[in-house]
Design a protein around this ligand. Structure first.
Ligand SMILES: Cc1cc2nc3c(=O)[nH]c(=O)nc-3n(C[C@H](O)[C@H](O)[C@H](O)COP(=O)(O)OP(=O)(O)OC[C@H]3O[C@@H](n4cnc5c(N)ncnc54)[C@H](O)[C@@H]3O)c2cc1C
Length: 381
């Protein structure tokens, strides 16, 4: 893997960094406290190409590739994890529709997502009784004439109350992973009800809601792929999505580490800067080493996807390692701030709360280990 960035990758990373530092970071603390989802920022993200980083310009994308996307995600997450997760899900929905959609679906929906007309996208797979195991999902889709009628409930849907375009999984036949299908559903469709906004530990500026489908009619032409393709589509989207969450984890961890370097240089104890003691320096050495490893795993998975090489295992390894690293780094960052790490005057307590979900969503750490082991035995056996 070539570690030298191309001009395009550098441009996307620097564009994302500037926007993240100037427009997002100054509001991050207030958005977290007020649980405010910043819809206004998404129009600007779209103008910068950040809602379709890996999509062709024909569909409003930046056509900059997966490595550029990972770099942009790292920058956004370093400013605010909540904005970064909505950006990640929007890119993920647009890529899924682009990969499996008809020309008409691409024209209509990919462009809506990349240009910010949909505000954001939502990915509605999980249900109250089906998280790690999507084969257990119960939402049904029954074909009636030129429509599918959806009934059921979804849980934990990121940006669900704001999304103009959603991809929604429902069962059209069978049991388990077979018979799942995926639909494009427009926000505001009759029969789609937005449930309560979850009161979360972290990512408080991200909107997470339950959705209910009650005789919700979706045009038959909004079936994405074929009937029964749903499981394949979900796994494909999640492989790519895991690169986004790995990048998010790297961004949050980097922000926590940088905040800790400056704090410990200023903070005095026993007449010396905390940064001069050996124990904090060793902690910092571990934080930096683990973060660098996480970044490399993430960029490698992104590079493989960009080169159209198999990347399922590498995306899971990146997501597993980066999310666990982010949790360790944020924990040490709080520790090295002492009591000030535990109050909201300093950002590390927010980073610590925001990092926690990274080992849970887009597949828990346990699910990543299942994937990594399965692929390792398959590839070597
Ligand atoms: C803030 C937030 C945002 C989210 N956003 C979205 C979204 O936009 N769209 C969406 O569809 N979903 C979303 N999710 C859902 C998320 O993907 C699920 O929570 C996650 O997949 C875990 O599912 P679960 O909560 O049902 O846990 P469960 O599947 O019930 O797991 C509980 C525990 O059992 C373990 N476990 C389960 N099966 C196995 C196994 N076979 N082997 C070993 N251990 C196992 C898990 O690792 C976990 O530790 C979000 C969740 C959160 C918290």
């Amino acid at each position: 893997m070539n570690l030298e960035l191309t001009e395009t990758q550098t441009l996307i990373r620097d564009t994302a960094r500037k926007f993240a530092r100037e427009r997002v970071a100054p509001q991050a603390r207030a958005m977290d406290r007020e649980e405010r989802f910043p819809t206004e920022l998404f129009r600007e993200l779209a103008e910068l190409g950040l809602l379709g980083v890996n999509l062709p310009s024909k569909y409003g994308g930046a056509e900059a590739g997966v490595v550029a996307y990972a770099l942009a995600m790292m920058e956004m997450a370093a400013a605010d994890a909540s904005v970064s997760v909505a950006m990640a899900v929007t890119n993920m929905c647009a890529e899924l529709i682009h990969a499996f959609g008809t020309d008409a679906q691409r024209e209509k929906y990919v462009t809506r997502l990349t240009l910010g007309e949909a505000v954001v996208g939502s990915f509605a797979l999980s249900e109250p009784h089906a998280g790690s195991d999507p084969g257990a999902l119960l939402t049904s889709a029954v074909k009636r004439g030129d429509r599918y009628v959806l009934n059921g409930s979804k849980q934990w849907i990121t940006s669900g109350a704001h999304a103009g375009v959603m991809v929604v999984w429902a069962r059209t036949s069978g049991t388990g992973n077979k018979g799942l299908s995926c639909f494009i559903v427009e926000g505001g469709t009759k029969g789609l009800h937005i449930g309560r906004h979850e009161d979360k530990m972290g990512l408080r500026a991200s909107n997470t809601v339950a959705l209910t489908f009650e005789d919700c009619e979706v045009p038959a032409e909004n079936l994405l792929g074929k009937e029964g393709d749903g499981f394949k589509l979900a796994m494909t989207a999640l492989d790519g999505g895991r690169i986004g969450i790995a990048a998010q984890a790297c961004g949050v961890a980097r922000a926590a580490m940088e905040a800790t370097v400056s704090y410990t240089k200023d903070r005095k104890a026993f007449g010396e800067a905390v940064a001069e003691f050996q124990a904090p320096r060793f902690m910092m050495a571990d934080m930096k080493t683990q973060l660098s490893a996480a970044e490399l795993l993430t960029l490698r998975a992104a590079y493989l996807k960009e080169q159209k090489q198999p990347f399922t295992r590498e995306a899971s390894m990146a997501k597993l390692f980066a999310s666990e690293t982010s949790n360790r780094v944020c924990d040490k960052a709080v520790q090295l701030h002492g009591g000030y790490g535990y109050i909201d005057e300093f950002p590390v307590e927010r980073y610590f709360r925001d990092a926690r979900v990274q080992t849970i969503y887009e597949g828990t750490s346990e699910v990543q280990r299942l994937v990594i082991a399965r692929e390792t035995f398959r590839l070597i056996g």
